[in-house]
Design a binder for this molecule. Structure first.
Ligand code: NAD
Ligand code: ZN
Length: 370
């Protein structure tokens, strides 16, 4: 007898990162990977690097950068916008005499997402906003390589790159198989310098993605397996001593990668839509916004809520409070709209009639708890 619930997984034809390297000091192999891509051609490589490293340097000298390559430092004051991506693409079209042989993102979610988006735009043409949505990218981008320097978002392993269109306010990525990285290099030495609170906020993105997925209704065995293991690793890191020890930074890098694989085959829930509201209306960055939203999540995720605050306390992390207390009615309206627009995760968490549960008044009550 066949078990239809096992066969009928609801998983689309999923695509994973093609290759990965993992280990302390693994970034030294970047030079060889780029040299292989370049072959005998004179095609340049492009490097997007988090501006933190412009000031402080990388732990190893980047031998991968050759004479005609382009290095662009990315500031992380704001999260990516479509205008910014268009500008970077146009700039590269002007300076690159040949199509680049590879495009490399060294940094956190912001830098990795910019790298993905510019890679796709360089070969597909047009503007970033043309590709916000599902499966709109037509041809593969430039060969893309990610080297994460902070762990948690899973941007290194997902099929999206999040960006906001400032004219429409739409915060949506290029969800496409072509957005998945061709190569990633996971080197836990690179996360040594992350600040204590930031390390926690970003790390918690992995925990929250998976906690939401496991509590949703669109479940499948593969997504669950990735999520279970991600949560296990996060518990080791955040309920153990020295969350930033060599061992724990290495574990969190794996949790981030697996958490990204988990959301590629499942959905998030209530936290992410509320967090997106905070980002769009108040400009709060994604990972700290998630943590702020957790202040109001006891009613939806009692277990996750308890464990999250246990981790916060254990690590002595500061989570901002009271950020929605003095907002106008107009701001609350915009918060509501930019939350309920996220249908898929809200249906996953609350069902088709989620707007009956999340009324305007209810949403305001939730925001006021933050
Ligand atoms: P980030 O890129 O926002 O960086 C956070 C801060 O950490 C910055 O100040 C940065 O300079 C600093 N930093 C990074 N590495 C450092 C290091 N080694 N030492 C010292 N400082 C360092 O980081 P994030 O939290 O990973 O990314 C958030 C972004 O990721 C948001 O834009 C969000 O929308 C996006 N995101 C994308 C996906 C996806 O699937 N593509 C998923 C979740 C979130
Ligand atoms: Zn997230």
């Amino acid at each position: 007898m066949t078990n239809t619930s096992v066969l009928n997984t609801g998983i689309r034809n999923a695509r994973n990162v093609s290759r990965y390297l993992y280990g302390q000091g693994a970034i030294v192999d970047l030079a060889g990977i780029i040299a292989n891509r370049r072959g005998t051609s004179t095609a340049p490589a492009v490097f997007f690097i988090d501006s933190f490293f412009e000031l402080h340097g990388l732990p190893q000298k980047l031998d991968a950068v050759a004479h005609d390559d382009h290095v662009i430092y990315v500031d992380t004051i704001n999260e990516p916008t479509t205008d910014q991506i268009n500008l970077l693409k146009n700039q590269l079209v002007k300076v690159c005499k040949e199509t680049p042989c590879a495009i490399v993102g060294i940094g956190g979610g912001i830098t990795m997402d910019i790298t993905k988006a510019v890679s796709n735009l360089l070969t597909n043409g047009g503007n970033a906003e043309d590709y916000q949505g599902w499966d709109l990218v037509k041809v593969p981008g430039i060969f893309k390589i990610a080297v994460p320097t902070i762990s948690g978002t899973g941007a290194e392993s997902t099929r999206t790159c999040v960006m906001t269109n400032p004219s429409s306010g739409l915060k949506l990525g290029m969800n496409s198989d072509f957005t998945v990285y061709d190569q990633i290099i996971l080197d836990p030495d690179l996360t040594r310098t992350v600040l204590h609170n930031q390390y926690f906020y970003t790390g918690m993105d992995a925990y929250i993605h998976c906690m939401e997925s496991l509590n949703g209704s669109y479940r499948n065995a593969i997504g669950d397996a990735y999520s279970d293991q991600t949560i296990r690793l996060c518990r080791d890191v955040f309920l153990g001593d020295a969350m930033m020890s060599d061992e724990n930074r290495a574990k969190l890098m794996v949790a981030s990668y697996l958490g990204g694989c988990a959301i590629a085959t499942s959905y998030v829930g209530v936290v992410h839509p509320f967090s997106a509201g905070l980002s769009v209306v108040l400009g709060i960055h994604h990972c700290v916004a998630n943590c702020i939203v957790m202040r109001a999540m006891e009613q939806f995720y009692p277990e996750g809520y308890r464990e999250f605050w246990q981790m916060v306390e254990y690590q002595g992390v500061a989570i901002p409070e009271g950020i929605c207390r003095d907002l106008t009615d107009e701001q609350h309206d915009r918060l509501y709209e930019s939350t309920v627009i996220h249908q898929k995760p809200l249906i996953n968490a609350l069902g088709e009639n989620y707007k009956d549960i999340l009324t305007r008044e209810k949403a305001k009550e939730i925001f006021l708890k933050m």
